[in-house]
Design a protein around this ligand. Sequence first.
Ligand code: PRP
Length: 218
Amino acid sequence: MSDERYLTFALGKGRLARRTMELFEEIGITCEEMKDKESRKLIFVNEAMKLRFFLAKGPDVPTYVEYGAADIGVVGRDTILEENRNVYEVLDLGYGKCRMCVCGPASARELLQHHERIRVASKYPDIARDYFYNKKHQTVDIIKLNGSVELGPLVELSDVIVDIVETGSTLRENGLEVLEEVCPLSARMIVNPVSMQMENARIQKLVADIRNRLENGW
Ligand code: PRP
């Protein structure tokens, strides 16, 4: 019955998707079609297992999952928090580890301590707003940027930024530093709430298999 239906996965394009497929291979889920670099196909299928995979821009993954266009998604926690979609987060996959931080020049530390009305540039305006307004109770002006956010304080667009820090080298090379940590991040698996009910056994087995593989040191 339910095994007749395809289970569809939306994966955040790039390194995240490659790492996810490596993990899936470890638990016997493969998709040969996806390995063909020449292919222009957008949807890849494993007929035998009744699985479909497609690659999407990270911020679109929770959208596909919320609407049920994908049953399952894999995307960074930063995107899940920013998009705030109606999806279940079922698993921390442990890779893609980094931190969401407030960063800026050392001189901005004082502005943060004194709860001054500062300008905050970010690709993640909702995460930044939630952090300053709800956690710190500090009124700030949020400026949305789409990338190279570190430029903000360098060209005096903003006092600080809220951005992802992985190795910290972008900050170091630009004379900026971590001033406060907002939250830890990593890749997460999300599930459509209706799929979770309709395909419960298959999804629970998948989650259990992955969790088991992760616990055994993948
Ligand atoms: C991300 C992030 C930082 C950088 C952090 O940017 O926004 O700029 O990586 O990594 P690091 O701590 O290892 O230096 P990304 O490369 O995704 O590009 P973007 O700035 O255009 O968003």
